[in-house]
Ligand binder design. Structure first.
Ligand SMILES: [Zn+2]
Length: 309
């Protein structure tokens, strides 16, 4: 017999724990942390397993689903904006597939981990299984807002009996915002990896200060993230690049705006900005990951238009 209160307690504690990890590490978490999981009433609860659909030993319903993309991200979205999640194998009666079906019938929330780089997972929760299509061997997954639906570790967990007329619209909206965030995180992971986790201008290696800057602003935020439109930059150089203090020529040479070059100020301006003039940016080891010279040329033209000579 399914003990909803107990299940809800385990899950709510897990979601709270996930929230703490995200505060600490950001919403892309290392696999090791998810494998170790959390402790509930003296028992260790792992959050991820070797297969995509994962159920800890003492729960009856899976606690997480994981996607490791092998192709374009957009393959995962259906026309309704929800995420398509493939069955495990082709047997709809497989225990993992049955587990997700049970999560759908009982309206049980899960966590969703999306692999954005080897061993690194974008984490989002709560997600709900909202449709089962055996002929396509897929489930549909909707992402919801934990605060809105009232998942709290001190309470009895999520109560699906509360009718919510705005549920479907809210879930579609939340799912689309998470989709944009997922693409941003995937872009950051790929760009930082390509640049060996250092600033392309000053070589600063502390990831806490690194961003993936767009050479040309992302016109399609849900589009495929292209490393060739990115630069790994520290916060200071990201701002300086975005505000046209710094230009990068298509031959990868850095230029500092002439009026900034003439300024006399303290050591940060001298070393961290003016000192870059004429230097070459750090380039990814893989030629295919290097900034696209055509995009750099477009950006450099904008920089020239903004430069005060
Ligand atoms: Zn820098």
């Amino acid at each position: 017999m399914f003990d909803r209160a107990r299940d809800a307690g385990v899950r709510a504690a897990g979601f709270e724990w996930l929230g703490e990890q995200v505060i600490r590490y950001g919403d892309v978490l290392p696999r090791k942390i998810l494998e170790n999981g959390y402790v509930y009433n003296g028992e260790r609860v792992p959050f991820i397993g070797p297969q995509g659909i994962f159920k800890p030993r003492f729960l009856q319903v899976p606690i997480s689903i994981t996607t490791v993309p092998k192709g374009p991200y957009n393959d995962f979205y259906g026309g309704d904006g929800f995420i398509r999640y493939r069955y495990r194998g082709t047997d709809q009666g497989h225990r993992d597939n049955r587990g997700l079906r049970l999560a759908m019938e009982l309206e049980i929330p899960l966590a969703y981990f999306f692999c954005v780089a080897p061993g690194r997972y974008f984490a989002t929760w709560p997600v709900f299984i909202v449709r089962d299509e055996p002929e396509k061997l897929t489930f549909s997954v909707a992402i919801d807002d934990a605060v809105h639906i009232g998942i709290r570790p001190d309470a009895k967990g999520y109560d699906p009996r509360i009718e919510d007329p705005f549920e479907s619209g809210r879930r579609a909206y939340v799912t689309s915002t998470v989709r944009v965030r997922l693409h941003q995180r995937a872009f950051r992971e790929r760009v930082l990896e390509a640049y060996r986790r250092q600033c392309a201008f000053c070589r600063l290696r502390h990831e806490e200060f690194l961003d993936a800057a767009h050479i040309i602003p992302d016109s399609a935020p849900e589009g495929e993230p292209l490393v060739t439109n990115g630069l790994a930059l520290c916060n200071l150089h990201h701002s300086a690049f975005d505000r046209f203090f710094i230009g990068v020529r298509p031959d990868y040479i850095i230029e500092i705006r002439p009026d900034i070059l003439r300024e006399g100020d303290g050591p940060t301006l001298r070393h961290a900005i003016q000192g870059l003039h004429g230097q070459r940016i750090v380039l990814p080891a893989h030629t295919a990951h290097r900034p696209d010279p055509a995009l750099l040329a477009r950006r450099y033209d904008q920089y020239r238009e903004n430069a005060i000579t």
